[in-house]
Write a protein that binds this ligand. Sequence first.
Ligand code: AMP
Ligand code: MG
Length: 390
Amino acid sequence: MISVSKVLKHLEVHCKPLESVEKSINKVFGLVLAEDIKSPINMPPFKQSSMDGYAFIHSENTTFKIIEEVQAGSSKNIKLKSGEAVRIFTGARVPDDADTVVMQEHTNRKDNQITINTLPRIGVNVRALGEQIKVGDIALKKGIQLNEAAIGFLAGLGIAKVKTYKRPKIQILITGNELKQIGEKLKEGEVYDSNSITLKLALRRIGIKKIKVSKVKDDLKSTVKAIEKSLKKSDVVLISGGISVGDYDFVKEALERNEVKEVFYKVNQKPGKPLWFGHKKGTKVFALPGNPASSLSCFYVYVLPLLKAQMGFMNYQNEKLTAIASSDIKNNFGKTLFLKGTVEHDKATVLTGQASSMLKSFAVSNALLIVPEDVDIIKKGEPISYIKIR
Ligand code: AMP
Ligand code: MG
């Protein structure tokens, strides 16, 4: 059996971004930038008022004659003399001659005259040309995830297309003759399939959309065929179940028959011992244990970082955080434990129901608490590492 730390090292080698493509900014929400973006313009592109008020040439003078008006969007550049002011609005071009805008709330107006009550300092309420960003400067760096603010920023600079990393295409293969779909009636000995929906949603959560789910019968021929088909069409294949040592577990042999190169099998961890990982021609294959909590635990710990790396995230690794154990946590197994737990105000609590078949505790946990294989006990009050899962 291989240790968790060795497995993570093996996977690191496969944590590479997929190719990048140019896309309209309307289609890049949640994707990661594959290039530095330089600003094609100054922002603001002209000297701009940040208030509704009056533009003037700063002096001790507080009385002005209003000679003109400039609306937002107008290209007018009014000539000004000392003692003259221009009525101006938020976002409008400040005349080249003016250096300051007084907000209208700080003035009294009578016909064509204003008196300033509170004289602003020179330059106030005027945004300099290129104050936010100058033409040619880097607007956004490669590796950032494009959120609504970033895409809005690009739109404001008039940028229509950017290069982003592709999202991986995923095939989920569900093995298990005992599995029924929701809506079907369970016969004695059967259970509902929950891994398809759990894995699909865990993928959706990081923005992956191209997900195919197929069911495979527990026989060698069907499993070999299903894997062969999946390898051709996907960046990552996630196989659920059939990777243990039972007489009806055909996944390992089917992977071998398809010449998928094994990188590791069987990890010294609980849950998720029978995890398998390999690759063929750029397609990565994880065979996840069928037990629902094992499958999801392996997804968070191993699959998610690899997918994030493929999507181009700079920080794709799970961040190992530290909290304080709220009670003694024992490890009688000599394996690395990933315990469903909660972390609140830095206090880590193990939930009841840690069996690999149980999603009940997973449903309300926000962290996987980690007890390393060589640690027998983490005492109440001692630090414990964890991965935030929600
Ligand atoms: P396996 O890894 O195929 O030996 O399955 C281990 C256990 O997980 C068995 O009790 C299966 O019934 C259960 N199981 C396997 N696949 C699923 C699934 N997709 N949804 C829910 N339970 C499953
Ligand atoms: Mg099975």
